[in-house]
Design a protein around this ligand. Structure first.
Ligand SMILES: Cc1ncc(COP(=O)(O)O)c(C=O)c1O
Length: 375
């Protein structure tokens, strides 16, 4: 058996090597390194895949969030609601823009924020909500959108981990995550479900005016060269990454299916292990399993991780520390004692290897080893 990896980028690359190498060489030969045809083609394929009116590619997922918030014209001191159980980037861009991140707890089964958890945190200063579709599954967006309408708030979806997931609306239709709120932000960091071979990201919106602002903000605040209406940033997707993403986007649904197959294997294997909580499959969202994350309900999570390591199995703790306990965010989260679910999850979650190249042999070995720990 090959070594088990948390994410196997190499084997997946080898499957598409011929096509990817040719596409990269084409960009090199074209010298259209910035905003070349590959970027325009990727933008169009992404708009069609997401069924979004506008996709604005940018340099990474963190920039996508920052640009989205800048485009909303928020003022210093405005409050933005975010989950306390997320990757730091979600809150970081808020703090960076001198806005106030207001952290709320998450649901213990889905790991996501809900409208019920968000509502009590809304004040007269609240201007936006950033729901994060954590680990590959959508938040329940309809109640969040109606709460936002009621309080006149913007919704910026952090879709970095859930690209390709379908949210099932109450009308029975499917809507891609990242196209439900006013703006959606995603990351194509190499280990993401749609991973580039370097940094990359994108912003989506169905609103023409917002799209125009987002394009300007991402391009030094200009829409006419050398005429700068706003203070912006420089955040571009480079043509080489776009060419790679163009090829991989065609396989994104197939990647999600491979991840789901591995997740089904894990679920079945752990069905009789009462010490573990397996990931919830919510009725309103498909799961694209960016991560397969267990909760160790009984037993020592850190001892399990050490045991897996001894047996050659990598695992990760996403995330070990609540955002409000991070040194950089202590000041902005003054008043938060503890959010009980976030606190509990940080102590009990563990993510197992999850990628498109896991074999049954690997999955058998991983699940037998995990179960062996609890025997
Ligand atoms: C939830 C979440 N938000 C934002 C980001 C930031 O994306 P990037 O690393 O491309 O800046 C990531 C990924 O790293 C993420 O997981």
């Amino acid at each position: 058996m090959q070594n088990i990896q948390m994410v196997d980028l190499k084997t997946q690359y080898l499957r598409f090597q011929k096509e990817i190498d040719a596409a990269v060489l084409e960009v090199l030969g074209s010298t259209a390194y910035i905003n070349g045809p590959a970027v325009k083609a990727f933008q169009a394929s992404m708009e069609s895949y997401l069924d979004a009116k506008h996709v604005i590619p940018c340099a990474n997922g963190t920039d996508a969030l920052q640009i989205a918030l800048m485009a909303l014209g928020l003022q210093p001191g405005d409050e933005v609601i975010v989950p306390a159980f997320t990757y730091v980037a979600t809150a970081e861009v808020i703090a960076l823009l001198q806005l106030k991140p207001v952290m709320v707890d998450v649901d213990p089964k889905s790991f996501n924020v809900t409208s019920e958890l968000i509502e009590p945190a809304i004040t007269s200063k609240t201007k936006a909500i950033v729901p994060v579709h954590l680990f590959g599954q959508s938040c329940d967006m309809e109640p969040i959108m109606s709460l936002a309408r009621k309080h006149n708030l913007f919704v910026v979806e952090d879709n970095a981990q859930a690209i390709g997931a379908d949210y099932k609306t109450s009308e029975g239709t499917n809507q891609k995550t990242g196209t439900i709120g006013h703006i959606g932000c995603t990351s194509f960091y190499p280990s993401k479900n749609l991973g580039a071979y370097g940094d990359a990201g994108a912003i989506s919106t169905n609103d023409d005016e917002l799209a125009n602002m987002i394009r300007m903000v991402a391009n030094h605040g200009q829409n006419k060269r050398y005429y700068h209406k706003y203070v912006g940033v420089n955040s571009r997707l480079d043509s080489i990454q776009a060419a790679i993403l163009n090829i991989k986007l065609k396989h994104l649904d197939e990647f999600a299916a491979a991840r789901r197959k591995a997740a089904d294997f894990y679920d079945q294997a752990f069905a009789e292990t009462p010490q573990l909580q397996t990931p919830l499959r919510s009725g309103f969202s498909s799961h694209v399993f960016h991560q397969y994350t267990l909760v160790v309900k009984e037993g020592d999570r850190d001892a399990l991780q050490a045991y897996l390591k001894e047996n050659g199995i990598p695992s990760m703790i996403y995330y070990p520390v609540p955002l409000y306990e991070q040194e950089a965010y202590k000041e902005s989260s003054k008043g938060i004692e503890k959010l009980p679910v976030t606190d509990y999850l940080c102590k009990t979650v563990i993510s197992l290897p999850m990628h498109t190249e896991l074999t049954d042999e690997m999955l058998n070995y991983i699940t037998d080893t995990v179960k062996g720990f609890f025997k």
